[in-house]
Design a protein around this ligand. Structure first.
Ligand code: HEC
Length: 214
C-alpha cells in the first residue's frame, strides 16, 4: 500500500465516521417498505456531524436560557432601556450643539403694530392663506381664530408648529428652512392677535387642546 492509498483510506474512514453512511450496494438492508410513486426511502441514521451541531445548539440554548432568565444578563428589556438612554443623551447633545433650533425660552409674542403688520403680510406672502384663508377661518388647514388647537396654542407651540410642521401627511409643512426665526415669531404673534375674531366662513373647531384656557 503506497502513501497515497493510505491517505485515501484514512479520508474514507473519516468520512465514514462523520456520516455513518451505509455502504454503497447494500441499500436493500435499510430500504423502508413503502413506495411513493416509485420513490423509496432509506432508513439512514442521522450523520454524526449533523447531530453534533444539533446538540451544540441545544447546549447553547441552555446557556442562553440561564444567562437571560437565571442571571438576568443580556436582558432585551435592559438592552432596549440602555439604547433609549443612549439615544436620549444623543438628542440632548444635539440640542446643546444647536441651541438656536431648540431653545424657545426667549420666544415671546410681539404685540406692537409693526411686527403684527409684518406677520399679517407674511401670512399672505408665504401662502398660509391658501390653506388657512386670509381671515384665518380655515379650509384645508384648521381655523386659527378659535380656541381649539390640534398641535397646541400659545406662542411657543404655534412657533413650533410653523417651524416643524404638523402631523405627517396632513399638509402643514415645516417652514424652518424657508421662513426666518424672526418671521416665524411674527407669524405666530399675528395668529395670536387674531384670536377670537369672526371669520366669514369659520371652519368647525378641530383639536383637543384649548388655548387660551377659560
Ligand atoms: C398646504 C396647506 C397649508 C399651508 C400652505 C399652511 N398650512 Fe398651516 N396647517 C395646515 C394643516 C392641514 C394643518 C393641520 C395640521 C395637523 O393636523 O397636524 C395646519 C396647522 C397649522 C397650525 C396649527 C393649528 C392647530 O390647531 O394646532 C398653525 C399655527 C398653522 N398651520 C399656521 C400656518 C402658517 C403660519 C402658514 C404659513 C407659513 C401655514 N400654516 C401654511 C395646512 C397648511
Amino acid at each position: 500500500m503506497n502513501k497515497n492509498s493510505e491517505n485515501i483510506s484514512g479520508w474514507k474512514k473519516l468520512m465514514k465516521s462523520l456520516t455513518k453512511a451505509h455502504d454503497l450496494g447494500t441499500e436493500e438492508d435499510i430500504m423502508l417498505d413503502h413506495d411513493y410513486d416509485g420513490i423509496k426511502e432509506l432508513d439512514n441514521v442521522l450523520p454524526p456531524w449533523w447531530l453534533a451541531g444539533f446538540y451544540i445548539t441545544i447546549a447553547a440554548s441552555i446557556f442562553y436560557y440561564i444567562m437571560i432568565f437565571g442571571f438576568g444578563k443580556y436582558n432585551q428589556y435592559d438592552e432596549l432601556a440602555a439604547e433609549i438612554e443612549t439615544a436620549k443623551q444623543e438628542v440632548e447633545a444635539y440640542k446643546a450643539a444647536n441651541p438656536e433650533k431648540f431653545d424657545d425660552s426667549n420666544i415671546v409674542a410681539f404685540t406692537d403694530e409693526e411686527n403684527l403688520a409684518k406677520g399679517a403680510e407674511l401670512f399672505t406672502t408665504k401662502t398660509c392663506t391658501a390653506c388657512h384663508l386670509s381671515d384665518l377661518g380655515g379650509s384645508i388647514g384648521p381655523n386659527l381664530t378659535d380656541d381649539k388647537w390640534i398641535l397646541g396654542g400659545g406662542v411657543k407651540n404655534i412657533y413650533n408648529t410653523i417651524t416643524n410642521g404638523g402631523r405627517p401627511g396632513k399638509g402643514m409643512i415645516a417652514w424652518e428652512s424657508t421662513i426666518s426665526r424672526e418671521e416665524r415669531i411674527q407669524l405666530a404673534s399675528y395668529i395670536i392677535s387674531m384670536q377670537g375674531t369672526q371669520p366669514a366662513t369659520p371652519k368647525a373647531a378641530e383639536g383637543d387642546i384649548t388655548w387660551p384656557e377659560e
